[in-house]
Design a protein around this ligand. Structure first.
Ligand code: FAD
Length: 617
């Protein structure tokens, strides 16, 4: 039975990728149907109640700058804010928040329900309607069919999900929720390659049974920031996290269960996240360490449940229990939920174009954990890009692609589709070659106008951006003037610096190590451009201007290469002189440009040279 009219976009899955995809596509004017297995669990944080962190915080800022929903929802539901890496340079500053898990899900649901053109339906999608290499809709487990011009699959950890706790395992997409079945097999029949990955989560504890006096408090920032550039939803009060440590005794207890560990006895076949290892993995890999740090994170404003970050495990429950009780502060701990690991299907992302549309089936997009990534932020930004591009495709407009010099989102997608990944991919600042340009503070300057052009970022955002830009300009002009000698020397004296003999421009003073724009507050604070955000921006431009200019030069050089496009149907077999490996990889990945070809692992400089010579003819 066919239900409803033909939609522009069907989004399968209501996780982080699915919510962003549906929200963004509908915001851009598409008619959208979000089909998810359980409407009570829309926008669940399957693992820790936190958003952002190193490089991930930059991604959330970028989503917000483009007009996506994750930044605003995170601000509304946050209970603690910290800017990580503040002691390092601005490229490394990364916002991270603890969220109220239940509010996060509630606000997303409200956001989706209040977006015109966005419809929802609860069911499991069990198959795809594909003919002549084009998607036409989906089939569901209730025997229904929904027609659409495009489909975005965001099935997360659910496809053929298998949960492991000790020597028990059972089907499930996440604890308490069933696995989704059917689609993988259909996709394989269509010619897709699939793989298995795994991830894990720690036990959740009743906070009333924990002794916080034995732990170190980790409060939020004194002046908490936020993710959204809209400036709304500022945090007024915060909850602390707590730090404790494992010990040799804890490790010895955990080791008692290693023979029943699905990780070590071969029950788990999928590859896990190297950078988010389970506690048993850490003990095994770093056997010389007798202690590991544990962060005790509250799950919300009004719940006693806490998340034990750093203690992810799939060991037998009684071992988890015995070992955790030996951790400082957990002597009387009572479990709300045990830790577990989960294996699930993913699709190697080299099967995708930059738009996240599959190369095999026109109109079918993949976003989120299904592409081999891990993390809410990584999933959400892919959802945004797939939602935007599906919407643009339906309208017959040009695709929206972010480059590696535009955004972390561009780096992530380019890495995925060019190099693929054989372990859960998470973002790091080190993955971005232009990280001084891709800062969290300037995501709006980089991206909001682009989001506005495609109809995603609204007028209000553009107004906020234009005001900021005009204030920066005014500030730059003001700082490019000489300051009175008395004002300069007043500051230099406080700073114990050699006094000046003649007037100096403020920007020259601020360029000196140890001097900051806020030191000259007295001289500028009454001017209408003076506010924290603009001051930060001006100071970064002054102190890091030289490095930023150098990075821009590198981008320009790369762009010249980037612009050299390779036709979609290019015949690599005809190019004599390519290495065998190079030819195979190029045939498989079909890069869009010479620069993308150069980033494929296994493609040598000589392959690129041969290609350039051939194309030059
Ligand atoms: P999900 O959030 O998994 O959402 C998938 C959605 O799709 C769900 O709503 C589901 O109901 C729906 N769905 C699936 N199949 C169908 C179907 N056929 N029909 C209809 N609806 C369907 N990330 C980290 O960064 N660090 C960690 O340590 C970490 N640990 C994790 C531990 C566990 C146990 C789990 C489950 C996840 C963990 N994650 C971790 C991953 C994190 O939860 C995901 O990266 C993120 O949620 C992915 O978002 P997503 O939207 O792709 O998928």
């Amino acid at each position: 039975m066919v239900l409803d009219e033909t939609y522009d976009v069907i989004v399968v899955g209501g996780g982080h990728a699915g919510c962003e995809a549906a929200y963004c596509a509908a915001k851009m004017g598409s008619s959208v149907l979000l089909i998810t297995m359980n409407m009570q669990s829309i926008a669940q944080m399957s693992c820790n109640p936190a958003m952002g962190g190193v490089a991930k915080g930059q991604i959330v800022r970028e989503i917000d700058a483009l007009g996506g929903g994750s930044g605003i929802i995170t601000d509304k539901s946050m209970i603690q804010f910290r800017m990580l890496n503040k002691s390092k340079g601005p490229a490394m500053w990364s916002p991270r928040v603890q969220s109220d898990r239940m509010l996060f899900a509630q606000y997303w649901r409200e956001q989706l329900e209040s977006t015109p053109g966005l419809n929802m339906f609860q069911d499991m999608v069990s198959g795809l309607l594909v003919s002549d290499g084009t998607i036409h809709g989906v089939k569901t487990s209730l025997g229904l069919e929904f027609r659409s011009k495009t489909v975005i699959l965001t099935s997360g950890t659910f496809m053929n999900g298998l949960i492991h706790v000790g020597d028990q395992n059972f089907g499930g997409g996440r604890a308490g929720e069933r696995a989704s079945t059917g689609i993988t097999e259909e996709l394989i029949q269509l010619g897709f390659e699939a793989g298995r990955m795994k991830t894990g989560t720690p036990p959740r504890i009743d906070g009333r049974t924990i002794d916080y006096n034995l732990m170190e408090e980790q409060p939020g920032d004194e002046h908490p920031g936020q993710f959204s550039f809209t400036g709304e939803n500022k945090l007024k009060k915060q909850r602390s996290c707590w730090i404790t440590h494992t010990s040799q005794e804890v490790h010895d207890t955990l080791k008692k269960g290693f023979d029943r560990s699905p990780l070590f006895n071969g029950a788990i076949k999928g590859t896990g996240p190297r950078y988010c290892p389970s506690i048993e993995d850490k003990i095994d890999r770093f056997s010389e360490k007798s202690s590991h740090q544990i962060f005790v994170e509250p799950e919300g404003w009004s719940t006693v449940e806490v998340y034990v970050n750093g203690f992810s495990t799939s060991l037998p429950i009684e071992i988890q229990h015995e070992a955790l009780r030996k951790v400082q502060g957990f002597k009387n701990a009572k479990f709300f939920r045990p830790g577990y690991a989960i294996e699930y299907d993913y699709f190697p992302p080299t099967q995708l174009k930059h738009t996240l549309e599959t190369k095999l089936v026109s109109g079918l997009y993949f976003a989120g954990q299904i592409n081999g990534t891990t993390g809410y932020e990584e999933a959400a930004c892919q959802g945004l890009m797939a939602g935007v591009n599906a919407s643009l495709k339906v309208k017959g407009e040009a695709p929206f692609i972010l480059g590696r010099a535009d955004a972390y989102i561009g780096v992530l997608i380019d890495d995925l589709i060019t190099k693929g990944t054989d372990e859960p991919y998470r973002m790091f600042t080190s993955r971005a070659e232009y990280r001084l340009l891709l800062r969290q503070d300037n995501a709006d300057i980089r991206l909001t106008a682009l989001g506005h052009k495609i109809g995603l970022a609204g007028e209000a955002r553009m107004k906020v951006l234009k005001l900021k830009q005009s204030q920066i300009q005014k500030g730059q002009q003001a700082l490019d003037k000489n300051l009175p000698l008395a004002s300069i020397n007043e500051v230099l004296q406080i700073k114990d610096e050699k006094l000046a003999k003649e007037k100096i421009k403020t920007n020259k003073l601020v360029a000196r190590p140890g001097l900051y724009l806020k030191d000259f507050k007295e001289s500028f604070q009454t001017q209408d451009w003076w506010n924290d955000e603009v001051v930060e921006q001006l100071e970064i431009d002054i102190k890091y201007g030289g490095y930023i200019a150098r990075e821009r030069d590198n981008v320009a050089k790369m762009k010249r290469l980037n612009d050299k496009e390779i036709p979609e149907n290019f015949n690599y077999l005809k190019v004599k002189g390519l290495s065998y490996e190079g030819r195979d990889k190029l045939e498989m990945i079909r890069p869009a440009t010479i620069a993308q070809a150069g980033r494929i692992s296994g493609i040598s400089q000589s392959d690129i040279h041969v290609l350039l010579v051939y194309m030059g003819r």
